[in-house]
Design a protein around this ligand. Structure first.
Ligand code: SAM
Length: 267
């Protein structure tokens, strides 16, 4: 990394909200923003704005993982235990994306995945806290879960979650705009993620659907904005999704939920 880029990445990471973001993503955004020739201060601001849009906006208060670790430690190891399910629901409430799904959690995975049930392996990309929804997914007891996102502290917490509940799981940091994971799984989850990634790379949507090594993909888009407004988003993203499918010939089923529009692709 050249000196200027390295200095810029460090300065961006000095902000508390950005400290735990995967340095590869910060570097990727910084490289593009530095090319625009703005002042140093405006470049720092532009990089942080972008990081806010794709990540911090979903967890504006930050997430107190220390508290979550200590609560998790005292819980039974069965994710279907009612006390554990209450903890999982509360914890998913810390991330806007899973919080929006809580009201449809009982239906969302059962309805969208019924034709694949029981599922034995899942690759969840840009997962947020969605791996905690495992207790609501139609999976085998030996389910393998591979998940990635851009927050180092979140990834550590997800690995601790897998360990505590004896789940065959692996979480790792990954900037999807630079690297599409190649771990094979029966099902890939690309939930409400494509619009985020397209803020960094306009062509990433079709590439990710093409390159993920999964025969089946559950892809979704938000049907309301983070502020709760419905601005024709369902139709806009449904049309956009059709353009991503262009000439693939894949079999697609559509599922409409109040906040989310989902598509199950069978390649
Ligand atoms: C709208 S949230 C969706 C989270 C989760 N899939 C869900 O539906 O609950 C978008 C997620 O993408 C992650 N993200 C943003 N940019 C990313 C990138 N370049 N690579 C990987 N993940 C990214 C964010 O941290 C956030 O967790």
């Amino acid at each position: 990394m050249d000196e200027q880029l390295e200095k810029m990445v460090k300065q961006v990471q000095d902000g508390a909200k950005y400290r735990f973001i995967h340095p590869d993503l910060i570097e990727n955004i910084a490289r593009n923003e530095l090319k625009k020739g703005r002042s140093w201060k405006d470049t720092v601001k532009a990089i942080r704005n972008k990081l806010h849009q794709v990540g911090s906006a979903y967890q504006p208060q930050g997430i107190d993982y220390e508290r979550l670790y200590s609560e998790m430690k005292s819980l039974p190891q069965d994710i279907h235990n009612p006390e554990v399910r209450r903890f999982l629901i509360q914890t998913m409430g810390n991330h806007a994306s899973t919080r929006e799904r809580l009201q449809i959690l009982d239906q969302f995975f059962l309805e969208t995945l019924s034709s694949l049930s029981p599922i034995d392996s899942i690759l969840d990309v840009a997962c947020g806290l969605n791996p905690l929804a495992l207790a609501w997914m139609p999976v085998t007891s030996s389910i393998q879960l591979i998940v990635c996102d851009i927050y180092v502290d979140q990834i550590e917490f997800l690995n601790a979650f897998f360990e505590h509940f004896n789940i065959h799981g692996k979480a790792f940091c990954c900037d999807l705009t630079q690297q599409v994971p190649q771990e094979k799984a029966q099902l890939g989850l690309v939930l409400k993620t494509i619009p985020c990634l397209e803020q960094i790379d306009k062509n990433i949507g079709a590439k990710i659907l093409q390159d993920l090594p999964c025969q089946n993909l559950l892809v979704s888009f938000p049907a309301v904005s983070l502020s709760g407004k419905k601005k024709g988003m369902r139709q806009f993203y449904s049309e956009h999704f059709q353009t991503l499918l262009h000439n693939t010939g894949w079999n697609v089923s559509t599922f409409s939920f109040p906040n989310e529009q989902a598509f199950l692709i069978k390649k």
